[in-house]
Ligand binder design. Structure first.
Ligand SMILES: C[S@@+](CC[C@H](N)C(=O)[O-])C[C@H]1O[C@@H](n2cnc3c(N)ncnc32)[C@H](O)[C@@H]1O
Length: 189
């Protein structure tokens, strides 16, 4: 039967914690797969903030949602996820039910435009601030591409150092394939 893929596991953890009407964030919208997933979960009363530093990713995401029946309020933000606090309304800060990250580069685009350890760590801190208590943060990590292992290690070290009174953290990873993508998930207390 096999285990869930890391992307499916991320979706499962998010789906278990998000309800219609919630505020949610896609920190790396890329092709918009996670943005659409989040929009379908929160429905017409909910709001999705989707970040990317590439116009092309925002356009792909806009198109994917336009082609769908999802009717959540969609806010496409052309900015780094490290600055997410500045781009969501102050009253939404501390109220987000989920923040999803899928690190690395946009498939089929310039592979030099890529998430970086410094930006990712700043964004993870920001994500923890915008989450509500019991909100979920998921991070798909790619140790297989150049620089990816360092970025993944930095994210895991950051998460491991969080006091348990602040958050609970787990890893979902194939033990026999260290180069395969894996999932870091964090539930805020
Ligand atoms: C692996 S893709 C995301 C895939 C996406 N979640 C999906 O469902 O299709 C990674 C994305 O992160 C974006 N990215 C890189 N650095 C970023 C940053 N500092 N802030 C926001 N997005 C960034 C890239 O432009 C790229 O589109």
């Amino acid at each position: 039967m096999g285990f869930l893929s890391v992307l499916s596991m991320a979706h499962k953890l998010v789906k278990e914690r998000v309800s219609p009407g919630d505020i949610v964030i896609d920190a790396t919208c890329g092709n918009g797969v996670d943005t659409l997933f989040l929009a379908e979960l929160v429905g017409s009363r909910g709001a999705v903030y989707a970040f990317d530093i590439q116009e092309e990713a925002l356009e792909r995401t806009r198109q994917r949602l336009n082609d769908s029946a999802a009717d959540a309020a969609l806010h496409l933000v052309h900015a780094s996820h490290a600055d997410m606090v500045a781009h969501i309304p102050a009253e939404a800060c501390g109220k987000a039910a989920a923040v999803m990250f899928n690190l690395g580069y946009l498939p089929g685009a310039d592979q030099s435009v890529i998430t970086t350890p410094d930006g990712t760590l700043a964004a993870l801190e920001a994500a923890l601030t915008v989450l509500r208590p019991s909100g979920i943060l998921t991070v798909v990590l790619y140790p297989g591409h150049p620089g990816g292992a360092e970025e993944a290690d930095a994210a895991v070290q950051w998460a491991s150092a969080l006091p348990q009174s602040v958050a609970q953290t787990i890893l979902y990873r194939m033990a026999q394939k260290p180069e395969a993508p894996y999932l870091l998930a964090i539930e805020k207390r």
